[in-house]
Design a protein around this ligand. Structure first.
Ligand code: ZN
Length: 149
């Protein structure tokens, strides 16, 4: 038996009747409410499935050197293996570690440049001092001895 309801175009529904009221599951009384409820349950199930425990406060080592970066990456991989974080969360976590390494590298380079500039300035001053001392020394080519006639 076909449903007594009509579709959005006003045509007979045609779906199989469920129960004894002559309507299909979509057209039975309260069907809209049941559909909305099922949809909400589906959304909650999806959220629950995507919800991960994540990292606990203080679980991750503070990023301070390369060993701590390594520790953070290992903690991320373990959390993924234990299904505490999602693949996307691991990617974001590792991206954070990479960013820290880039910033650290830039800081190290800036520090090295500053040190080299100071060393260069010291070497320049030493050269100036040596040049001055050399200029003040009596020349070995200027003699006080008179040349014989
Ligand atoms: Zn119907």
């Amino acid at each position: 038996m076909n449903c007594l309801g009509t579709n959005v175009r006003g045509e007979p529904c045609g779906a199989m009747v469920v129960g004894d009221d002559g309507y299909c599951a979509a057209h039975r009384e309260g069907a809209a409410d049941r559909l909305r409820e099922a949809s909400m349950l589906g959304g909650a199930a999806t959220r629950a499935k995507n919800q991960t425990a994540g990292f606990r406060a203080g679980e991750l080592p503070v990023l301070s050197d390369h060993a701590s970066v390594k520790g953070n990456i290992e903690a991320g991989l373990n959390a993924l293996a234990e299904r505490r974080i999602s693949h996307h969360e691991l990617v974001a976590h590792i991206k954070g570690c990479e960013t820290w390494l880039k910033v650290d590298s830039a800081q190290q380079t800036a520090k090295l440049i500053t040190e080299l500039q100071r060393e260069l300035e010291r070497a320049k001053r030493e050269c100036d001092t040596l040049r001055k001392q050399l200029a003040e020394r009596p020349s070995p080519f200027r003699t006080t001895r008179s040349v014989a006639p």
